[in-house]
Design a protein around this ligand. Sequence first.
Ligand code: 5AD
Ligand code: SF4
Length: 366
Amino acid sequence: MLETSIDAIINKEILTKENLVRLLSSSEEESAVIFKKAAEVKAKYVGRKVYFRGLIEYSNRCKKNCFYCGVRAGNTQTGRYELTDDEVLEAAKFAWENKYASLVIQSGERNDKAFIKKIGGLLQSIKQLSGGKLGITLSMGEQTEETYRYWYDCGAHRYLLRIETSSRELFEKLHPHNALHCYDRRLEALYSLRKSGYQVGTGVMMGLPFQTIENLADDLMFFKDFDIDMVGMGPYIEHEHTPLYKYSDLLLSRTERFNLSMKMVALLRIIMKDINIAATTAMQTLDPQGREKAILYGANVIMPNLTPLKYREDYMLYADKPGITEDPEDSRAYLESRIKMIGETIGYNEWGDSKHFAARNINQTD
Ligand code: 5AD
Ligand code: SF4
């Protein structure tokens, strides 16, 4: 009987928060129904295709102190690095030569003029190196609208800024209480990104201490209400040298956190049919096949790591982050074979922009 009720919910035109709570609470058997539906929606609306974005972890210098993150300023037990221009351009060249078509450049948060200028220059050089053809996503935290516009003018066209949790109350439990860590500012930054012309991505962590299933249903509603173009979300994974570590005994098991993450991906695909959804590294941390599973259940973007190997150990957002010793060439070959094995194709030489973004802009100019 339960089976039919899940079937009935999943095929509704609009899913309410209550529906989402019910679906997120589904058993393993019931989840299979959700995954099947998500796979159908994916095939119909965005195709069985995966886009590669070469990931460059530019720097782990960060002025913030998020309670969950190993890169936080207060963690004195990690070395700090910043890639040289040559290293960035080398990685960009690898992406370009391997037909990745897009890069994601991610960094700890800094707002000083030198940093802003440096990123602007790098964006211009990357564009130059590829005859303007390499697409660039930035993920560099909260910045002023002026900075967002400047980087857009330099060549970035997508931006990822996770809300981390859409619950203000939970957000405040996960961050220090000061102007640097402010829920309203995070929201404002997302609006500034939208105004500046970017395809806007956000995301959350799943399985955080104190987080409820209702919070996660609200996160899905948040993505929908904000009309987001892309989502990158992943399970929370504890890191020993962070303040949140002391709540580790409140956590769901790693398997439960992984399963919850897969359900979130599938439900997001069902409610936002034409957005881009990333299969993230944190999913791979909890299950070696985590990214492939996420792709089967709705994700359509993957970010192979191009950060020079010598820096990888220092970009430890959480414990056991995989790929510390995996060089870009091996990772490309491995991912290519895995993706083919699950029956999907790779969108080589295609930007793979969010179809949702394109549709919204056509509607607006009509
Ligand atoms: N577990 C999982 N994800 C994390 N992030 C930071 N710390 C952790 C953690 N302990 C994610 C956050 C952030 C991104 C850079 O990494 O969502 O936005
Ligand atoms: Fe810095 Fe981002 Fe980590 Fe927060 S989550 S401490 S902003 S790198």
